[in-house]
Design a protein around this ligand. Structure first.
Ligand SMILES: [Zn+2]
Length: 116
């Protein structure tokens, strides 16, 4: 399955669609078979996984330590993060410990909304 359009309704102008993910694990309600992944461009960059059309049917956030945690390996927001890094939408600079600064790169061309 390779869906390049969002499956669910999502009304946020600050979001960039990162593709669909086949997913029916412990992070979504029973019956869900896929999520739409987004990068949300705000004061603090964040990631979104939507699993339904209704406003609250999503979860969001990001913590850098997820990357290192076995128990977060199947977390859809971690996949969203990886895709955003791969597409070079975001990268970050590590400071001490788990401190980090986002570096967001956006260009309006190519369907991406790039800024900062
Ligand atoms: Zn958004």
């Amino acid at each position: 399955m390779n869906i390049t359009k969002p499956v669910y309704k999502h009304d946020c102008e600050e979001c960039i669609f990162l593709g669909n993910l086949s997913y029916s694990g412990r992070w979504v309600p029973q019956g869900v078979i896929s999520v739409d992944l987004y990068y949300h461009h705000g004061t603090i960059p964040t990631f979104i996984a939507r699993y339904g059309d209704d406003g609250p049917e999503y979860f969001s956030g990001f913590q850098i330590d997820w990357v290192l945690r076995d128990d977060m390996r199947d977390y859809p927001l971690l996949e969203a993060f990886k895709r955003a890094v791969k597409k070079e939408i975001v990268t970050f600079r590590l400071d001490k410990g788990y401190e980090y600064n986002w570096i967001v790169q956006f260009q309006k061309e190519d369907g991406y909304l790039w800024a900062d």
